[in-house]
Design a protein around this ligand. Structure first.
Ligand code: ADP
Ligand code: MG
Length: 305
């Protein structure tokens, strides 16, 4: 139906001389014909008077200037910070991703794949990483797992240091703390102000201040609201929360209603079966135990040796 030619087609049509035929009239809508057609068309189908008066040849830039400016999406507004997983200077914690072929790096990739399968199958995203006791390697595991997750193309990973007893993610990654976790969890600082992006696909929430009121902070309604908003606005596929030891503080128990599951890190050189059983008891009925990570495993314990 040629009559529904757009106005752009009209202006682009050459003006025809007196030799035009009736067939031409049928095939190509003239400018006059188009105006007549628009007068006949119902009111809601015609462009507004303002639009009609605007010259059709108006430069694109002047039209674009009238549109409302769009903000980049929240993830892109998170500040990027320099991070070099290969450097070893300011950190005390080994990051295994620089040895991609080393068994430790392969173990984290295997853990990542298994974790992603479980999370995807159940539609889960929030994972607490904790241990029976301090020093088992919670931060070591959380950071290396986050780096492994961040290597999945097109994904978004968030790692939050929610250990108010002995925060460690900032030091582990060699990134200076610029905003306190407490301000974010209390709702005083928005996600974009608190988080930092060491990699395009990884955002971290750092913490440097030990706080004796940790359990109360983690129990609070503002903490739950801040985490809900973080998940919604960041569009994160996976969020890892680095938490204090289960058997030493009730902080982890306080945050359990906010997570989908727990990864328990056991130290192959010191964690006992009784400790693991005690942790299972604390978690039972509150959340799912997604798995037990064996850190500092002896060579014979490691499936990739
Ligand atoms: N598998 C490992 N290989 C080498 N060093 C490790 C390993 N696991 C932990 N560490 C070191 O042990 C110390 C305690 O680990 P960390 O992750 O901070 O424990 P947690 O967070 O459970 O208290 C850190 O200095 C860390 O670098
Ligand atoms: Mg730690």
């Amino acid at each position: 139906m040629k009559h529904f030619a757009s106005s752009e087609a009209v202006t682009a049509s050459p003006v025809r001389g007196p030799q035009k035929t009736q067939k031409d009239d049928e095939d190509v809508m003239t400018e006059q014909g188009f105006k007549r057609f628009r007068r006949r068309a119902p009111a809601d189908a015609t462009p507004s008077a303002a639009a009609e008066e605007r010259p059709l040849s108006a430069p694109a830039s002047s039209v674009a200037a009238q549109l409302p400016a769009t903000l980049p999406e929240p993830w892109d507004r998170i500040r990027q910070v320099p991070f070099d997983a290969e450097a070893d200077g300011s950190r005390c914690l080994p990051l295994v991703s620089r040895f991609r072929t080393a068994p430790a790096s392969k173990s984290f990739d295997l853990l990542r794949t298994r974790l992603l399968h479980t999370l995807k199958a159940r539609g889960w995203k929030r994972v607490a990483v904790t241990a029976p006791a301090g020093g088992c390697g919670t931060t070591f595991s959380a950071v290396n797992l986050a780096l492994s997750l961040a290597r999945v193309p097109g994904s978004r990973t968030v790692l939050l240091d929610m250990n108010f007893r002995r925060p460690g993610v900032a030091q582990a990654m060699g990134i200076p703390v610029q905003a306190e976790m407490n301000a974010f969890l209390s709702g005083a600082a928005p996600m974009e102000e608190h988080l930092l992006r060491p990699l395009p696909s990884l955002a971290v929430g750092l913490n440097s201040a030990a706080d004796q009121n940790a359990a109360e902070i983690l129990h609070s309604r503002s903490c739950s609201a801040a985490l809900d908003e973080l998940m919604l606005r960041s569009g994160a596929d996976t969020a890892l929360f680095d938490l204090p030891p289960v058997l030493e503080h009730d902080d982890t128990a306080a945050v359990l209603p906010q997570v989908d599951g727990v990864l328990l890190v056991s130290d192959g050189t010191s964690t006992t079966a009784a400790q693991l059983a005690a942790c299972e008891k604390v978690l039972a009925g509150h959340t799912q135990l997604l798995g037990v990570v064996l850190n500092r495993a002896r060579k014979s314990d490691c499936p990739l040796h």
